[in-house]
Design a binder for this molecule. Structure first.
Ligand code: AKG
Length: 282
């Protein structure tokens, strides 16, 4: 891994914002030419998925496990402007546990979206029922790469309730259709990344604009968590460096997920080499 990524380590302000609000935004993460290149790949995959699954042109596609579908997605896995922030938050015993590609086209012309509450949720399904603490533990985060400018409202903005990552429940308005007063659209330019704690209450929203919104979600977790999708990456392993192999799920065996040796976590060795012993403690 190129050590120049160390220019993009997690800042104290980012850490504070993440701890307090449950998310933060980093702009200019992807150069615009790369955004265009990635978008072309997303368009091809989206078109095939729609054709094969009979999905209409105005319906949202949320395709899980896109990581293995093109080499360019591998580049974003340890992208220098984001990856040091990921291990700055979670530490070195980490993996990619989940990816999803969200393509939200404009709704049908002349048809306003139904008046209903957004689909608020915390990530990770059963974790939110099976873990008994308040708040529940963090365990994972997502990085959302935005390929579309969503600075305007109505562009299928990603919504969050800032600070709600420390709440197991949200109080919804009694009318059954309104969103909580604290619901906030995340408004970012193309090429930005949004880091969010899996526990933050968040939701997709309808697209009332004329522009299709495209975003790629990379979920990072501790290595002992089971992947949330099929992680179809075996064909990538040969061409990956040891840190990428770690991120894609490699381990010396079952024991190595919960009690990793140095061979299981080359990221730990890399951080120690460049930032010293204290950076990898405990
Ligand atoms: O596509 C979006 O804006 C929402 C994504 C989402 O709900 C999720 O990552 O769980």
């Amino acid at each position: 891994m190129d050590p120049t990524c160390l220019n993009y380590c997690l800042t104290e302000e980012e850490r504070r914002t993440f701890d307090q609000k449950g998310f933060f935004i980093v702009e200019d993460v992807l150069p615009l030419q790369l955004v265009k290149d990635v978008e072309a790949v997303v368009d091809r995959i989206d078109a095939r998925h729609r054709a094969e699954n009979n999905v209409g042109p105005h319906d949202r596609v949320n395709l899980l496990d896109f990581i293995g579908k093109d080499e360019v997605f591998l580049e974003l896995l340890d992208w220098p402007k984001i990856f040091p922030k990921v291990w700055g938050i979670l530490g070195w015993n980490i993996q990619l546990y989940h990816t999803h590609m969200a393509v939200t086209p404009p709704g049908p012309p002349g048809e306003a979206p139904a008046r209903k509450r957004l689909g608020w949720h915390q990530d990770s399904g059963r974790l939110n029922m099976d873990l008994e603490t308040t708040p529940r533990p963090r365990i994972s985060l997502k990085v959302a790469f935005f390929l579309t400018d969503t600075r305007e409202l109505g562009r299928a903005n990603f919504y969050v309730i800032p600070g709600s990552h420390l709440q197991n429940k949200v109080a919804f308005p009694a009318d059954g259709v309104s969103d909580p007063a604290e619901a906030t659209p995340v408004r970012v330019p193309a090429g930005a990344a949004v880091f969010f704690d899996r526990r933050i209450w968040h939701a997709p929203s309808p697209n009332t604009s004329s522009v299709t919104r495209k975003a790629l979600f990379y979920g990072y977790s501790y290595r002992w968590l089971r992947p949330r999708d099929n992680m179809t990456v075996a064909h990538f392993m040969d061409r990956c460096d040891p840190i990428r192999r770690q991120l894609l799920g490699a381990s010396t065996g079952g024991f190595g997920y919960t009690s990793p040796s140095d061979a299981d976590v080359p990221l730990k060795g890399w951080i120690k080499e460049h930032l010293g012993e204290a950076a990898v403690a405990p």
